[in-house]
Design a protein around this ligand. Sequence first.
Ligand SMILES: Nc1ncnc2c1ncn2[C@@H]1O[C@H](COP(=O)(O)OP(=O)(O)OP(=O)(O)O)[C@@H](O)[C@H]1O
Ligand SMILES: [Mg+2]
Length: 331
Amino acid sequence: MNMKIAFVGKGGSGKTTLSSLFIRHLAHRGVPVTAVDADINQHLGPALGLSDEEAAAVPPLGGRLPLIKEYLRGDNPRILSAETMIKTTPPGAGSRLLRLDEDNPVFAACARDVDLGEGRSARLLATGAFTEDDLGVACYHSKTGAVELCLNHLVDGRDAYVVVDMTAGSDSFASGMFTRFDLTFLVVEPTRKGVSVYRQYREYARDFGVALRVIGNKVQGRDDEEFLREQVGDELLVTVGHSDWVRALERGVRRPFGELEAGNRAALSVLYREADAAYERRDWGRYTQQMVHFHLKNAASWGNERTGADLAAQVDPGFVLGEEPVAQAVG
Ligand SMILES: Nc1ncnc2c1ncn2[C@@H]1O[C@H](COP(=O)(O)OP(=O)(O)OP(=O)(O)O)[C@@H](O)[C@H]1O
Ligand SMILES: [Mg+2]
């Protein structure tokens, strides 16, 4: 199985920190993991131990959109050219699908192996830096669009994880990116602002059956804990306190992963258990329907006009993404 996990939350809540810890946790358990930095501030590479120069040298997915589109389109007759392929264009018969355990031109162009130390590594992909201006429904060159395209074309790769560090911004709601995961971890600080981002996200999530779990971060003491419990209720999965291990890493001191605080290690085990259990609830039919839903929405609101084509015609009605994709002729 191949699990798609997102870490979202407001700026500064700890998305990058917690996704990097989760990535390390998986790597230390021998789980192949592909880390995707899709956050406005591109900090996942450094959080995984890359120097700033090494992180800056990771080729951005956003800069390789033509290559990505040309590859994924394959010989799908419904997609007439890479130019008419937008971030929501769904795969169909003839499309090329991505597998985590294979070599392909997309990974060859953009993925880099990151040495996590202690004999562990992860594969890293990055969207490239973007600003709030890059976000929004009308963004043809959206940086996160490359990630959405890849997620929509991703199939099995056994027992591997994709972990995406991303912003909880409006872009992910407009494009449908927020529906692309088996489980979404929403990182919330015990503040009113943190909780309000949670409420907004939950509204969208509910309408689309998105599985959401809240991680309280920077939780100090019982008052913080009670505040979150009261505001979030059952969706609060775990809380994480201040980590000296994380702080040391920020000072450039890399301690063995086993020295991460016991409480925080226990929290990571809970995340893994929860993520693994999400596989049972996966529904490829719904997953495919949702990508079509968001594609039609994007086509009507800006895509048709921008490309001068009828993008609704890109939808292959007989296609269902899955570990064994189904493509049947619809008469
Ligand atoms: N549990 C923690 N213990 C210690 N420091 C933490 C913890 N969580 C986050 N931090 C620190 O808080 C700061 C913000 O965290 P981080 O960069 O992970 O947040 P973010 O949500 O990814 O932010 P951005 O929106 O800027 O991408 C960092 O300096 C990080 O090291
Ligand atoms: Mg970040």
